[in-house]
Structure formats: structure tokens, C-alpha cells
Design a protein around this ligand. Structure first.
Ligand code: NAP
Length: 335
């Protein structure tokens, strides 16, 4: 298949590109920066410069494509926000697909977005789902709750580096999933026509609270986490302050999401029907225990090698100093 991946440089998007290439598909990526996307070209993908906010760039990217997989979302660090990228940008993409006759779309939403209209990104995702339903496209909506990859920066690295881990209120239980598995399920759904017009959850084997993830990281790293709790009120006030500034809207949206998680919600779903429909065995899905065990084993091995190398360099320096001493001593005695 000829697949256009939007958001290909992102955490999930790059896994979709990699998996699609491994499966033998022709992959084109709509990218904002050719330089930043060099690695995708090296993997074997074609790059098409473009931006969801510039509709005229979408038509050439869609030319000759059978399928679009859209894993783009506004970056919290960008000046443009969720409304421009996740709403207007996605409407432009859907309209461009209708115009060019590329009918098949995999769209990434968020699990349970329809239940939280007070969270801007959730409400935009729900609105896009409704827009898609009227579009006439052959779409499938995949709804993750969170990614294992995000837990590395949030928990694993701070615990390893003995930095503080920030928690707010009662932590939500979230059924995170490995983006490699999500990419695999996305490509599987292209092979299964009954997924057309459906919304499927894509969540991991179980929901984890932040406290449980911290305990798991502590066990695997052999370190004790320094946990700092921020009251929910502080987070809410910060969000209101941030709302006043256009350039931080995106960050304010993210904080709204964090505030939701701090209320102890459960983001989980039964994956049994999805696995049956896609012909996938649940035993093939990576557990968080396995994912983090592999991560810590790799990092701890690297740290061990680095310490060994530093020790070796210190020993060599000491030996060099030792060798220089007799020369200096004899030079002194000769004078
Ligand atoms: N992360 C999560 O925990 C989570 C949970 C549930 C659902 N999701 C959904 O899963 C999808 C993938 O999320 P992610 O975390 O992998 O995203 P990400 O890492 O933040 O990557 C975002 C991608 O979107 C691209 N992008 C941003 N603005 C764009 C624009 N104006 N035009 C074209 N491309 C643009 C970025 O390109 P640049 O590299 O140029 O910035 C990047 O490739 C999203 O739909 C997200 O809403 C994510």
C-alpha cells in the first residue's frame, strides 16, 4: 500500500513509519522540517514538505496515496496550538482527502475524549470524530490512553538521576501502551475491513497509577524515588494564569489534561474484542513490566560500562603519574 503518515517525526508516528516499511509498504511522510526528518528518509520513507496549517501543502502529499495514517498533534512548545493543528489542520486534511479521493484514514484520538469536554484537546478530538463520521471517508479511529515512552521522562529518568518526581492529587490509573504495539495494531486495522467506521481503544494490558509505576521503577533501578506532591488547586490556578497568554494556550490545555488525571480517573478499556477483530493474541502485547525492565537493564548496563571506563582511565592516569615520579626524583638528585 502507499501510505501517507502525518506526524511521522512524533513518538508514535515514527513507529508507524518503521513498522509500515518493515511490512513492505511504500511510505510518504508529511513533514514540517526536512532536516528534522532526515532519519525517516534514511529508513526508506519519502518526505513531502508540508504543514497541516497550510492546506495547499496537503494536496501534493496525498497524490497517489491509498491510505493516510494521522498521528499528528500540536507540540506543547509550538506557538500554534491545538485549535489550529488538531482542529483546523485536521479538517483541512479530511477535506483534502475528500477532494483527492484518498478514502482510507486511520485517525488517532484519545480514549474517552467524549466524556471530558472541559479538556480542550479532548473536546477537539471528539469534534474531529464527529466531523469524520460525516465525511464519507473510510476511517478508523484508534483511541490510546497514553504511551509507555512518555513514562521514561516522567518517572524513569528522574528516579535514576535522583531528581524529584512530581505528583498531583490522587493519580489516575491509565492503561498505557507501547507505541510499537499501537503502530502494529494500526497497520493490522488496515487489513481488516470491519474496522471501517469504527472507534477502537488501543490500551495496554492493565491500568497503572503513578504510585504503582514509581514502585516498579524503584524495584527495577534499585533507587528510591523523591516524590513531591503538588496540590490540585495550585495546578488549577496556574492553568487560569496561563490562559491569559496566547502563546501559552497549548501549555494551558496540557495542564487541563493533567488536572483531569489528578482527579483519579481511570483510563482503561476491554481490548478482548479488538484483539479478536484484528486477529492478534494479547500475549504478543508488551507489558509495562517488560518494557521498563528492558529499559533499565539497558541503561544500567551503559552506566556500568561508563563507570568501568572512568575507572580504567583513572587507573591509567595513576600509572602514568607513577612512571613520571622516578624520573623527577633522579633529575632532582642529579642537580
Ligand atoms: N502522547 C500520548 O500519551 C497520547 C495519548 C493519547 C492519544 N495520543 C494521540 O496520538 C497521536 C500521536 O501523539 P504523539 O505523542 O506521538 O505526538 P508527538 O510526539 O507530540 O508528535 C506530534 C507530531 O505532529 C507533528 N505536527 C505538529 N504540528 C504539525 C503541523 N502543524 N503540521 C504537520 N505536522 C505537525 C509533529 O511534527 P514536528 O516534529 O515537526 O513537530 C510531530 O511529528 C496524537 O494524535 C495524539 O493526540 C497521544
Amino acid at each position: 500500500m502507499n501510505i501517507l503518515v502525518v506526524g511521522a517525526t512524533g513518538t508514535l508516528g515514527r513507529q508507524i513509519v518503521r513498522r509500515a516499511l518493515q511490512e513492505g509498504h511504500q511510505v510518504r511522510c508529511l513533514v514540517r522540517s526536512l532536516t528534522k526528518a532526515t532519519f525517516l528518509r534514511e529508513w526508506g520513507a519519502e518526505l513531502s514538505p508540508g504543514n497541516l496549517c497550510y492546506p495547499e501543502t496537503l494536496l501534493p502529499a496525498l497524490e497517489g496515496m491509498d491510505v493516510v495514517i494521522d498521528a499528528a498533534t500540536a507540540r506543547p512548545t509550538d506557538a500554534i496550538g491545538i485549535r489550529e493543528v488538531d482542529w483546523q489542520g485536521k479538517v483541512s486534511l479530511i477535506q483534502a482527502m475528500v477532494q483527492t479521493g484518498v478514502k482510507r484514514l486511520i485517525f488517532f484520538s484519545i480514549l474517552g475524549c467524549e466524556r471530558y469536554p472541559q479538556v480542550p484537546l479532548m473536546s477537539v478530538k471528539a469534534a474531529t470524530e464527529a466531523f469524520l463520521a460525516e465525511s464519507g471517508l473510510d476511517y478508523t479511529i484508534l483511541a490510546p490512553a497514553g504511551f509507555y515512552q512518555g513514562l521514561i521522562g516522567q518517572f524513569a529518568i528522574p528516579i535514576l538521576e535522583e531528581q524529584s518526581v512530581w505528583l498531583t492529587g490522587t493519580s489516575a490509573a491509565v492503561a498505557y501502551m507501547d507505541t510499537q504495539d499501537i503502530a502494529w495494531l494500526a497497520l493490522r486495522s488496515l487489513e481488516v475491513p470491519t474496522t471501517i467506521g469504527q472507534k477502537l481503544p488501543v490500551v495496554g494490558p492493565r491500568a497503572w497509577t503513578s504510585e504503582e509505576i514509581i514502585a516498579l521503577c524503584e524495584r527495577l533501578s534499585g533507587k528510591t524515588a523523591k516524590v513531591l506532591r503538588v496540590p490540585l488547586g495550585v495546578l488549577t490556578t496556574t492553568r487560569q494564569i496561563l490562559r491569559g497568554f496566547q502563546w501559552t494556550w497549548n501549555m494551558a490545555d496540557r495542564l487541563a489534561f493533567a488536572a483531569l488525571l489528578a482527579r483519579g480517573e481511570i483510563l482503561d478499556a476491554d481490548m478482548t474484542p479488538v484483539y479478536q477483530q484484528l486477529g492478534v493474541s494479547p500475549t504478543e502485547i508488551t507489558t509495562l513490566e517488560d518494557y521498563l525492565a528492558e529499559y533499565f537493564a539497558r541503561i544500567l548496563q551503559k552506566l556500568k560500562e561508563r563507570h568501568y571506563e572512568l575507572d580504567r582511565q583513572k587507573r591509567q592516569e595513576a600509572q602514568k603519574r607513577q612512571r613520571r615520579r622516578p624520573f623527577k626524583a633522579s633529575a632532582k638528585s642529579g642537580s
